[in-house]
Ligand binder design. Structure first.
Ligand code: FAD
Ligand code: NAD
Length: 479
């Protein structure tokens, strides 16, 4: 039996590694168990987010956007670029360098803060202990006063399109394509499908996205989703809604994808097929039946609002528990949990978690959508401002999209902010801060925004809530 820790964390993704660093900062003797190995058998810290998720996808999104901008959009500024070319291996190498830098950065932070890394696969066993099996099959049992499970998630696969990791791939494979496929199929018009579909579309692939649902981005405010669909279609993404994939098979070095829609049966032939139909919690082999942990009806580890499982002193955070599968959600849960372990009165505001789809322009949101407010029977007011009326957006040749603010009809409290447009990810954060402080739309309207900035669109949307927008004609009667 090794030394006893104050906290042992299973998983070094953004939920687990942030919890580990924070725990150590709070003076807790902390260890983190991680199973991910690089090609040389060395432990990699950072999880899905740093290795095959947020960061590599954003690296490719940025590279591909710069390519598409140089090819298609600089002409309007009077700049001509002859024969834009993409060197895909160089693009991938840049992404890999960033991953190396960031995963190495987590290792350095662990060292700096005194977090012990334990290489191997962890399992919670009875008595709130962690059994760790290393790559050579050696088993050790770690004792701790507190255990935090942060084992994350993995892609969902579907029987009609089994992965072969060459032609039929998941999001990880889609970050590794060494050449631009002439025709690319994507199953699922969710966040991954739209982001990675955009990467390869910008680089020249003909991209067809097959989405089972009839509605595009149902979790997004309907007005914003409609605008987004229009913009992405213009960019060349061929999004087929109500498309149920029935079969995908490799024939002569290409993938034949069969699917049915209301119009009947169809077949598309593509060079690569990305399956992006969601992620599921990685809960198998993670705890023994006598550990006290349980799964909810969707396979997530059951936790309460404080991320406490049903086993005393065992917590679970991040993608392995309910709530949006977002890196920042898991990190904040990790901080809440270790602060509570350290005796602080921490809690998390689950109503104020922003989400972003990193297409261009970005789609960003926080709080309730208009359709949710309607369904909940809440009286609300809306303020919408189009980027086409923003001086900064026009100067930057980014006139597409809008900011939409939703406020309570009586109290004026901001209930939601939904944006498709330039720098939406950063703009929505301003609404997140306002909402965290319980701000009204009028509070935002009374705030001074620098000119010319994209954020003026948020200011104008706040003004528009009560019909006071300056740079558009107000339809509402002013109070
Ligand atoms: P993970 O990051 O999955 O980490 C879990 C860690 O636990 C892994 O390192 C794993 O090896 C380890 N582990 C699992 N089981 C064990 C075990 N038994 N023993 C030891 N170690 C174990 N989110 C955003 O917020 N913004 C984005 O832009 C974004 N982009 C994404 C793009 C893609 C392509 C993908 C796939 C995901 C993206 N996400 C994004 C989602 C984000 O990556 C996840 O929400 C986030 O990584 C979850 O963090 P986590 O720590 O809970 O789990
Ligand atoms: P998702 O849930 O966003 O989208 C999956 C889509 O696939 C849905 O629209 C769903 O209706 C569709 N679908 C499901 N089964 C299907 C089928 N058989 N045929 C056709 N369509 C089908 O999931 P994702 O895009 O795989 O992403 C997984 C998770 O990762 C998300 O929950 C997201 O939170 C996270 N993520 C976040 C970001 C970000 O924050 N920018 C980026 C990537 C991933």
């Amino acid at each position: 039996m090794s030394e006893k820790y104050d906290v042992v964390i299973i998983g070094a993704g953004p939920a687990g590694y942030v919890a580990a660093i924070k725990a150590a900062q709070l003076g807790l003797n902390t260890a983190c168990v991680e199973q991910w190995l690089d090609g040389k058998g060395k432990t990699l810290l950072g999880g899905t987010c740093l290795i095959v998720g947020c960061i590599p996808s954003k690296a490719l999104l940025d590279s591909s956007y710069k390519f598409a901008e140089a090819r298609d959009q600089l002409g309007v500024h009077g700049i001509s670029v002859e024969a834009t070319k993409i060197d895909v291996p160089a693009m991938l190498a840049r992404k890999d360098k960033i991953i190396k830098q960031l995963t190495g950065g987590v290792a350095a932070l662990f060292k700096h803060n005194g977090v012990t890394t334990i290489a191997g696969t962890g399992k919670v066993i009875a008595g709130a202990k962690v059994e760790v099996t290393d790559k050579d099959g050696n088993v050790q049992v770690i004792e701790a006063d507190n255990i935090i499970v942060a084992a994350g998630s993995v892609p969902v696969d579907i029987p009609p399109a089994p992965l072969d990791n060459e032609y039929i791939i998941d999001s990880t494979g889609a970050l590794e394509l060494t050449e631009v496929p002439a025709r690319l199929g994507v199953i699922g018009a969710g966040v991954i499908g739209l982001e990675l579909g955009s990467v390869w579309n910008r680089l020249g692939s003909d991209v067809v996205v097959l989405e089972a649902l009839e509605e595009f981005l149902p979790m997004v405010d309907a007005q914003i989703a409609k605008e987004t669909a229009k913009i992405l279609k213009k960019q060349g993404l061929d999004i087929r809604l109500g498309a149920r994939v029935t079969n995908a098979k490799v024939v002569d070095g290409a993938v034949e994808v069969s699917f049915s829609t209301a119009d009947g049966e169809h077949v598309e032939t593509v060079d690569k097929l990305i399956v992006a139909v969601g992620r599921r919690p990685r809960s198998e082999e993670l705890f023994t039946s006598d550990s006290g942990l349980t799964l909810d009806e969707r396979g997530y580890i059951y936790v309460n609002d404080f991320c406490e499982t049903e086993a005393p002193h065992v917590y679970a955070i991040g993608d392995i528990v309910r709530g949006p599968m977002l890196a920042h959600k898991g990190s904040e849960e990790g901080i809440m949990v270790v602060e509570r372990i350290a005796g602080k009165a921490a809690q998390m505001n689950y109503d104020c978690i922003p989400s972003v789809i990193y297409t261009h322009p970005e789609v960003a949101a926080v709080g309730k959508t208009e359709q949710e407010l309607k369904a909940d029977g809440i009286d609300y007011k809306t303020g919408v401002f189009p980027f086409a009326a923003s001086g900064r957006a026009l100067a930057s040749n980014e006139p597409e999209g809008m900011v939409k603010l939703l406020a309570h009809a009586e109290t004026d409290r901001i209930l939601g902010c939904h944006i498709v447009g330039p720098s939406a990810a950063d703009l929505v954060q301003q609404a997140v801060i306002a909402m965290e402080f319980g701000s009204s739309a009028e509070d935002l309207a009374l705030t001074v925004f620098a000119h010319p900035t994209f954020s003026e669109a948020l200011h104008e949307a706040a003004l528009a809530v009560d019909g006071h927008a300056i740079h558009i004609a107000n339809r509402k009667k002013r109070k």
